[in-house]
Design a protein. Structure first.
Length: 347
């Protein structure tokens, strides 16, 4: 009786994986010199796949379900072992289980700023981070390219390689997104989609599918962030140049207040502030006169005639517009159009 119990223990009747540990992508069934019984049952749960490997050669692949092992269900293995139609004896073969469920909240990010080329600003430095999700979809490819004969292969083993693949394709993603570099921070969804498209082939090459990518933060260089802040300010005041001058004056108030503690007199600071506000009002009036055209509106009162500008006023306004263009607030086309309008208004 003891002999029969010993013999029975040497044969495996049920092969299954309960997947008790999170983050395991591939797991080898521990045979420990035991053999698979003819007609044994293979249980593959949902979100799993099982692969038979005979002496290093990939054989049959099984999806979710309960499978009775025979020459009919193991055609590749039957051919490799040169079995005839039926086999009566137990056999040995490596069986690997693979988890095909989605692996969530994998992190990626730039440890150091990376340098990218941009058509508007030349070389720029960018920092970004987010997360991504993936799924193992090709066990044969993953076994031959990555996991091999290891007893287990986890997401922790693969994390560094996948982070590198994400960062490697950031430049391609910026180019494919079609989003200007300065606007990346405001278009994170488009950037994330482009990063997924650019990186997906590298994941596919090792049997994985990149299910999704999110970008949680993009940090622009300080000088570009200032230009972005100016564009946001312009968006808040619209096309009213007078309001824009008021906005710029308001931005300069903290600097003027800080200058008061450096030894200057209160009267001097007040005079400087008053002069700045007066200059802002004068500039606003000049810009409004120079930039607003007389566009008739049906049913509205006729607009007053535009007062011609003196040459010094035109030159002053052009200088201000050139400064706005240099800061990226006005485009070349906008500057040229306003310049032409001003030249027509010379006295």
């Amino acid at each position: 009786m003891a002999l029969m119990d010993f013999i029975k223990k040497q044969f495996i009747d049920v092969i299954e994986w309960t997947e008790s540990t999170d983050g395991v992508l591939a797991w080898r069934y521990p045979f420990q010199d035991r053999e698979i019984q003819n007609g044994a049952t293979l249980v593959v749960r949902e979100s799993q796949m099982a692969l038979f490997v005979n002496e290093g050669q990939v054989a049959d692949l099984f999806g979710p379900g309960t499978h009775k092992l025979s020459t009919q269900t193991l055609p590749v293995l039957t051919n490799l072992k040169n079995w005839d139609k039926l086999f009566a004896s137990p056999f040995k073969s490596d069986v690997y289980f693979f988890s095909t469920r989605q692996q969530l909240d994998m992190r990626w990010g730039t440890a150091q700023p990376i340098t990218l080329r941009d058509k508007d600003f030349g070389a720029v430095r960018l920092r970004a981070f987010g997360n991504y999700s993936l799924r193992l979809v090709d066990p044969r490819k993953f076994h031959t390219e990555v996991s091999g004969t290891r007893e287990a292969y986890t997401m922790a083993d693969l994390d560094g390689q996948l982070r590198g693949l994400m960062l490697q394709h950031i430049s391609d993603a910026v180019a494919q997104s079609g989003v200007p570099f300065l606007d990346l921070a405001a278009n994170q969804v488009a950037f994330a989609k482009a990063l997924q498209v650019a990186t997906a082939p590298a994941f596919d090459a090792i049997g994985l599918r990149l299910e999704g990518v999110t970008v949680q933060n993009i940090s622009l260089p300080e000088e570009l962030q200032k230009i972005l802040d100016q564009r946001i300010g312009m968006g808040m005041v619209g096309n009213d140049m007078g309001k824009f001058v008021q906005y710029q004056t308001a931005q300069s108030l903290p600097a003027l207040a800080a200058g008061g503690g450096s030894g200057g007199s209160v009267a001097g600071d007040a005079a400087g502030l008053g002069a700045g506000l007066a200059l802002g009002q004068t500039m606003a009036q000049s810009l409004q006169q120079g930039l607003q055209g007389a566009v008739p509106v049906p049913g509205a009162a006729a607009a007053p005639a535009v007062v011609p500008l003196r040459p010094d006023e035109v030159m002053s306004t052009l200088e201000k517009l050139a400064d706005l263009k240099a800061k990226g607030i006005l485009t070349d086309d906008e500057f040229s159009a306003k310049k032409a309008e001003l030249l027509k208004k010379l006295v």
